[in-house]
Design a protein around this ligand. Structure first.
Ligand code: NAD
Length: 438
């Protein structure tokens, strides 16, 4: 099939590339000329494992191309995917201005019958509003919704092997076309679920709301465990073996971040307010998460009752999760800002996210080439993102390097006993602090 993807970010570039990899001819469109120029020279604007090779191969073989020219980009396409951002507005709702700008532009330039698919995460009713905008288009447009469920860090795998495909359609023929397009991804009998556009739009928010709820739930239990002298790791094992509960998304930590959960939860709250139903559960999920982003900072403050002015903290991990360079709403940024405001120095290392943080914070912090370099001259270590290279350090070496011999671990990467026996005090989440054995 001939496809156009409008918005070449995390979702658009991965989706377009995966469709091209199945033999479709795909044009990726973006209004950011520097991004498109880079892609035309083989430079991938984001870090996503495996993406570079896949883009290069499909571009080389002529199935994947890039442009800033929307009218030209959509001209040959049978299906146009809208994958632009839907950031949070000042009032918490999803800002749909880019989606509507693109829909209007497609309406103006459509040169034949097309299927237009909204893949961006949008509140219920957006598809209906967009359809209104397309009413006067010169050619018939069938407008579908097809929310995306990929996870950054595993986006290609998620795209090529999704758990399910959800489409919201008004015409059976559109569902049939999209089913054919997705067939190569659904060869392991995963379902293609066709429903109304409103249900498809809601499905995406409901899924993210459930996942965020699980994270805030386990974080609240972790904080309770700490005060009660229980160990959240034992508790989650005891819970997770219950088949009704399971283990997924029950890892306590420094709070969720990223481009999706925070804004999507607030969009659900805004939707619920607008529809008059209220959303006390989502309000609580959001509040628990905001508080959780400060838990590491509070632990640091209680370890240093005389303040941290002039202290140097090594920080491992800046991205909101491992295997991505995305720092949107990352808990590490909350921590770094708190440390800087309190007069401390930060020496950070992240395998992929440092260029993005540098654009934001510049020279306020020091960027280390590796995890060990970040420890040079540091008083304490703080772990915020669970990159696999942080999982098995040499604790004796850490004890030698860290002047105050203390680790604050926001991801529970280590067995407290092994850390303490190396002579390090170990603070983690939902577990009693392990005091250094000297
Ligand atoms: P992104 O910010 O990475 O990418 C959006 C792209 O759209 C950018 O490259 C931007 O330059 C481009 N753009 C903006 N205005 C444009 C215009 N008028 N014409 C053409 N291009 C334009 O965003 P993303 O993370 O890919 O998210 C896109 C949507 O998908 C959002 O609604 C998001 O909630 C949803 N989503 C994201 C993820 C994820 O993990 N990132 C997962 C599922 C769903």
């Amino acid at each position: 099939m001939r496809l156009a993807i409008v918005g070449t970010g995390y979702v658009g570039l991965v989706t377009g590339t995966c469709f091209a990899d199945c033999g479709n001819t795909v044009v990726c469109i973006d209004k950011d000329a520097s991004k498109i120029d880079g892609l035309l020279q083989g430079k991938i604007p984001i870090y996503e494992p495996g993406l570079q090779e896949l883009v290069e191969r499909n571009a080389r073989e002529g199935r994947l191309s890039f442009t800033t020219d929307l009218p030209k980009g959509i001209s040959a396409a049978e299906v146009v995917f809208v994958c632009v951002g839907t950031p949070q507005s000042a009032d918490g709702s999803a800002d749909l201005s880019i989606v509507f700008e693109v829909i209007r532009s497609i309406g103006e330039h459509v040169n034949g019958p097309k299927i237009v698919v909204i893949k961006s995460t949008v509140p219920v009713g957006t598809n209906d509003r967009a359809l209104e905008m397309l009413k006067h288009a010169k050619h018939p447009v069938s407008l579908a919704s097809n929310p995306e469920f990929l996870k950054e860090g595993a986006a290609i795998d998620d795209c090529l092997r999704p758990d399910r495909i959800v489409v919201g359609v008004r015409e059976q023929a559109t569902a049939d076309t999209l089913k054919t397009l997705y067939a190569p991804f659904l060869r392991t009998e995963k379902p293609f679920l066709s429903m109304s556009p409103s249900s498809a739009e809601m499905t995406k928010y409901a899924a993210n709301a459930m996942l965020a709820t699980k994270i805030s739930f386990i974080n609240e239990m972790a904080n309770l465990c700490e005060r009660a002298g229980a160990d959240i790791n034992d508790v989650r094992r005891g819970m997770g073996h219950d088949a009704r509960i399971g283990f997924q998304f029950l890892f306590p930590g420094a709070g969720y971040g990223g481009s999706c959960f925070p804004k999507d939860i607030r969009a659900v709250i805004s939707m619920a307010n607008n529809l008059g139903s209220g959303s006390s559960l989502m309000l609580a999920v959001d509040q628990v998460n905001e508080d959780q982003k400060h838990v590491l900072g509070q632990k640091i403050k209680s370890q240093y009752p005389n303040g941290i002015t002039g202290k140097t903290f090594a920080i491992w991990g800046l991205a909101f999760k491992p295997r991505t360079d995305d720092i949107r709403e990352a808990p590490a940024l909350v921590l770094v800002n708190m440390l800087l405001a309190a007069g401390a120095n930060c020496q950070v290392h992240d395998p992929e996210a440092m260029p993005n943080v540098k654009r934001l914070l510049g020279d306020q912090i020091t960027y280390a080439a590796g995890p060990l370099q970040a420890l040079e001259g540091a008083d304490a270590l703080v772990i915020v993102t669970e990159w696999s290279e942080f999982r098995s350090p040499d604790f004796a070496l850490l004890a030698q390097k860290l002047k105050d011999k203390v680790i604050f671990d926001g991801r529970n990467l280590y067995e407290p006993k092994s850390v303490a026996s190396a002579g390090l005090t170990y603070h983690s989440i939902g577990r009693v602090t392990a005091q250094a054995e000297r």
